[in-house]
Design a protein around this ligand. Structure first.
Ligand SMILES: Nc1ncnc2c1ncn2[C@@H]1O[C@H](COP(=O)(O)OP(=O)(O)OP(=O)(O)O)[C@@H](O)[C@H]1O
Ligand SMILES: [Mg+2]
Length: 335
């Protein structure tokens, strides 16, 4: 029997589309027949399937819902797209936004998507509906068409605040439009367990909605956790003789340091931290301490720029990429 699940939350950017895409793809990989319906004019789910020009598509959810409103027959194959991810997609585009406005004047306007979904039920094990971030007529339609609802929510104060409103709306739809609608659960998304704030809010949400919570959470995958490949570094240590200006300025730095050590200056005017900072800048380029000083051919910045240029010339035929990072005390160059 087909399970229709609406993935919804009126708050934007909480992971609705990501949840729909990954859940659908995983179910399809397990051999289930899955249809994903993009019910958001932003068309993010459609884009997830590699369709970048959704606005030029011939058949989208808008045409299908329009056909239902106009009582036209619908071919169950119409508009369904198959992709290598395994799940099938019914795409959307921006036209859905104006359709939502026009829906207001239609009879039985809450049930248009249910009729569309019911046409597809016999051919699928799961139909997942990716809702837009609002509690408007399209979302009400998705809730009216669904057997259950998954609510992705981020562990943040504002997301937690919006949950009450959402659960209230779901309860209202259940009372008046779809009595068999179930809440599958609240799915915490983008949980970074390493921050106290996320942990505290997750605990608060669990305390308030414990029964409705999924035990698993979709955690945040940061670059260090993903263990992405890091380019191999080849270090060039650039050692140079100081220019006359640098020598003078180093002498000046040591005089300053002597005065600080002998407590001859107020530490708010000059202190060892400032002197160390100036020393580092000076080691890199005299102009970092005094922009009026000349660009010296033997300066470290010039030497590093020459190395970067040389690498660029040597690797251009291989079309290799070079990244140059520079802060006030060091230059790093990766290729
Ligand atoms: N578990 C996760 N870890 C890290 N990033 C995530 C995770 N889930 C989603 N994201 C990222 O968060 C952003 C918002 O996700 P998504 O588009 O799925 O939210 P949405 O609720 O569908 O947004 P909208 O309300 O605009 O439709 C995307 O850039 C997505 O890649
Ligand atoms: Mg989305």
């Amino acid at each position: 029997m087909c399970q229709v699940i609406a993935i919804t939350n009126q708050k934007g950017g909480v992971g609705k589309t990501t949840t729909t895409f990954h859940l659908g793809t995983k179910l399809a990989q397990e051999g289930k027949r899955v249809l994903l319906i993009d019910a958001d004019p932003q068309a993010s789910l459609t884009v997830c399937f590699g369709i970048r020009d959704a606005d030029t598509l011939d058949t989208t959810l808008t045409n299908a819902l329009q056909a239902i409103v106009e009582d036209e027959p619908i071919d169950p194959e119409m508009g369904i797209r198959t992709h290598e991810e395994g799940a099938k997609l019914f795409p959307a585009n921006i036209e859905l936004a104006s359709f939502e406005t026009a829906m207001i004047n239609v009879m039985s306007r809450e049930y248009i998507m249910r009729e569309f979904v019911n046409i597809h039920r016999p051919n699928f094990d799961y139909i997942l509906i990716d809702c837009m971030p609002s509690l408007g007529m399209l979302t009400v339609n998705a809730l009216a068409a669904a057997d259950s609802v998954i609510i992705p929510s981020q562990p943040s104060f504002l997301s937690a605040k919006g949950l009450d409103l959402l659960l209230h709306s779901v309860a209202k739809v259940k009372r008046s439009i779809n009595p068999t609608l179930d809440i599958s659960g609240i799915l915490l998304t983008m949980v970074d367990d390493r921050t106290n704030n996320a942990r505290d809010i997750a605990t608060t949400i669990r305390a308030s909605y414990g029964d409705a919570m999924f035990k698993e959470v979709a955690d945040v995958q940061t670059a260090d956790m993903l263990k992405l490949p890091v380019p191999e570094a080849h270090y060039h240590n650039v050692v140079l003789k100081p220019s006359e200006h640098q020598k003078e300025m180093v002498a000046d730095l040591s005089t300053r340091a002597e005065r600080v050590r002998n407590k001859m200056v107020n530490s708010s005017e000059d202190n060892m931290l400032l002197i160390t900072n100036d020393g580092r800048k000076l080691a890199l380029d005299q102009r970092l301490v005094n922009p009026m000083l000349p660009d010296s051919d033997t300066g470290k910045v010039t030497a590093c720029a020459n190395i970067v240029y040389d690498i660029w010339q040597r690797t251009t035929p291989r079309r290799s990429t070079q990244m140059v990072f520079c802060d006030r005390v060091a230059i790093r160059c990766y290729k």
